[in-house]
Design a protein around this ligand. Sequence first.
Ligand code: BTN
Length: 257
Amino acid sequence: MKSRAEFIHRENKKGIIGRERIHLDKTDSTNTWLLKRPHLLKIEGLVVYADEQTAGRGSKGRSWLSIPGEQLFCSVALHPQLMPGQLPSLTLFVGVAVAQGLTRLGVKDIGLKWPNDILLNHKKISGILCEAAQPGGQERPCVVAGIGLNLRGQPGATISHTATSLEEAGYSILRNEALDAILWALYGIYSHIQEQNLSHLMKLWRTHSHTLGKNVKIVGGEMAIVGKALDISEHGALIIETADGIVEVNHGSLFYL
Ligand code: BTN
């Protein structure tokens, strides 16, 4: 028998993103929970959100420290009209939705750090983890877009020294308010993706970018690339001017110099 928490709750909302939602009291990770349920992944725009995560996951195989009551943890099932090579750009587009949603709630000085960080006052407030799945019988790829957002918490206490929270920055925003605003923005962004209006989304990313124009170091495995971040490619790679010429980097951890 299904637990009560697994029942889909239909919201009276316009737009496909977040019209159907599943609220969990507690799970290991909302991304893992959704990835393990191919029948639910088929529901385009389905949102799973939890009060508590016991094994939250971050990008590059890291864990995402999850503090109950202090963060928003949610995952959205997306079926983007993107070619496999374009999928990395989805992380950037979801970041734009988080930036737009927070801006709409009156939050100022939001910036996007390539590839998956959202900054507030130059400190990390939110992270995106997009993971592809193939539930079968689907023409389009199925991606779980996970969003973590710090609502409360003080740097050095429950969140790291390099992070911030809405509360620390002086904003009192409820979890569900933040969720609704982000999902509403994601609906607009997703419509552009489905209409193949990707250059518009790239422009939006550039507008919110905290990375372009800065001197950066990208580290990934054995590799380290140092140079000036010039632009993003149509596939979401970071274009860097190095001492040896222009290079495109698809993944890695970015540090400002
Ligand atoms: C990062 O910045 O490294 C990405 C963090 C993504 C965290 C969110 S919280 C909801 C969803 N479930 C997870 O386990 N991870 C994502």
